[in-house]
Design a protein around this ligand. Structure first.
Ligand SMILES: [Zn+2]
Length: 141
């Protein structure tokens, strides 16, 4: 993978001058008092342990990070959103147009780039439990 971020060009640690190595490390994430450990690829100083994470390093664990927050917030996970959308037989673009958020919204929810709003979450849950149908929603538009 081509990494253009300056963090990936580091040969020696700007903190201690130590050797920078690329590897995966277990790092812990905290969110409102909850903690998980994730396997985070990145560049790390072999001496002081300082981490240098590029945007592509962070993108690789983005879904795990967001899903961890969603679990705490009691929001549907990225894959659950995808399942419900597929159950409705809608493309991501069409789902974004019908439910709001724009054509890229569902792509972002499902890849774990952003969290859906509480109201979007409620809507998806209602549809998933067959409390309301897609036709009901199209009717009010
Ligand atoms: Zn260092």
């Amino acid at each position: 993978m081509n990494r253009k971020n300056t963090a990936s060009d580091l040969k020696s640690c700007p903190v201690c001058g130590g050797l920078i190595i690329r590897e995966n490390r277990d790092i812990s994430l905290n969110y409102n008092g909850k903690e998980i450990t994730i396997d985070q690829p990145g560049r790390y100083c072999s001496d002081c342990g300082e981490s240098f994470l590029s945007s592509s390093d962070l993108a690789e664990t983005g879904k795990k990070r967001i899903d961890f927050q969603k679990e705490f917030d009691h929001l549907l996970k990225s894959d659950e959103i995808r399942e419900i959308r597929k159950k409705m037989k809608l493309s991501q673009r069409k789902a974004g147009n019908i439910f709001g958020g724009g054509p890229m919204a569902f792509s972002k929810y499902e890849r774990g780039i952003i969290k859906q709003t509480r109201s979007m979450d409620v809507l998806m849950r209602l549809i998933n439990k067959n409390k309301i149908s897609l036709e009901d929603i199209l009717e009010v538009e």
